[in-house]
Ligand binder design. Structure first.
Ligand code: 13P
Length: 341
């Protein structure tokens, strides 16, 4: 397919009904960790082979509208010699790129982080567009603790997100603004809702102040969930209600779409919750997914670094993508889960 040329057409293509985004933008340390857990050596060739396997899953474009890549992947080629972004475009999938360079400790704010990567970003964005990218992602990380997050850390992260977004739009790339509130800790559902509400309020005030066009960006956020170590886990309906209440209170209607990250939820649980949220509807934005682990976990375990497993790994990815595409329409069911891809 020919790639969209304007910010508006990119947004429309990314939010095509019944599709979502695959986050395959693991940095070198992160993919190294995921591979190590399965004893797959993190060589450049294995990373290339893994991404080629994912991106060439037959028919992936029916449920996946865009893929977020990591810098290295942007320049890699298939065994047949096509660049990986080209291969995605051939499968009617829009290539995107993670442009932050990860997090570092925020000086003076114990336990809090700031995302780096603004230096030289204008030049890098131009180069990525040349390589075929049409959208970008920047992830800020917010931790919940008794005294965290602080207003200072939220402001610093919101500012970096806003500059990233404005620079992306200037370069003709749709920014995915991702303030991820981590699930680590024993906080309650209510505490997560409170912190996510404050976070999104700060982020949108800053985006507006920095003249980011809300109409041509996407928000990527987690769902409102209790911490991993919270004794009281929440029901599906409670999660959906809290997530939608938080988003309605904080995300302007001008934003065209909100895509959820999976954030360490088990893959089927992430799909079930996405379905519960999308079924309720009644919101001014398109809702969809931009899952990393919740789309890839089974595929990666099936692949094991062996070309002979590629077809089964692709089937596993397609199955998860199709289940999540149904969830976006509020039509996911146990039958869909149990059907083979
Ligand atoms: P997970 O869905 O694995 O949380 O990854 C999404 C992502 O892109 C995090 O930045």
């Amino acid at each position: 397919m020919s790639l969209p040329t304007s910010l508006e057409s990119t947004v429309a293509a990314l939010l095509a009904s019944g599709t979502g985004i695959l986050a395959a933008d693991e940095s070198l340390p992160t993919i190294g960790k995921r591979f190590a857990a399965l004893k797959i050596p993190s060589t450049e060739e294995n990373r290339r082979g893994y991404r080629e396997m994912l991106f060439t899953a037959p028919g992936l474009g029916a449920s996946i509208s865009g893929v977020i890549l990591f810098d290295e992947t942007m320049r890699q080629k298939t065994a047949g010699g096509a660049s990986l972004p080209e291969v995605l475009a051939e499968h009617k999938i829009i290539p995107g790129i993670k442009v932050d360079s990860g997090t570092m400790a925020l000086p003076g704010f114990a336990g809090e982080k700031i995302t780096s990567g603004l230096d030289g970003l204008r030049e890098r964005l131009g180069a990525y567009r040349e390589l075929g990218a049409r959208f970008t992602k920047w992830r800020a990380v917010i931790s919940i603790g008794e005294q965290l997050p602080t207003a200072g850390a939220l402001a610093a992260n919101a500012h970096a997100l806003a500059l990233f977004a404005a620079l992306s739009q200037e370069a003709g790339l749709v920014p995915i603004v991702e303030p991820e509130v981590l699930m680590d800790g024993s906080h309650s559902l209510a505490r997560c809702e409170e912190i996510m509400t404050t976070t999104l309020k700060t982020v949108f005030a800053t985006l507006i102040e920095q003249r980011v066009a809300l109409e041509t960006m996407l928000l990527k956020t987690g769902m409102v969930l209790p911490g991993h170590d919270c004794a009281e886990q929440a029901g599906m309906d409670e999660v959906a209600e809290a997530t939608l209440r938080c988003l309605r209170r904080t995300v302007p209607a001008a934003v065209p779409g909100i895509v959820f990250l999976s954030g360490g939820q088990k893959d089927v649980a992430a799909t079930e919750r996405l379905n519960a949220i999308c079924r309720k509807g009644g919101v001014p934005w398109s809702l969809s997914f931009s899952f990393g682990r919740a789309l890839q976990d089974t595929a990666l375990k099936t692949w094991e670094g062996l070309p002979a497993n590629a077809a089964s790994a692709q089937a596993a990815l397609l199955h998860r993508a199709q289940c999540n595409a149904l969830a976006v329409l509020g039509k996911y069911s146990a039958d869909a889960e149990n059907a083979t891809a």
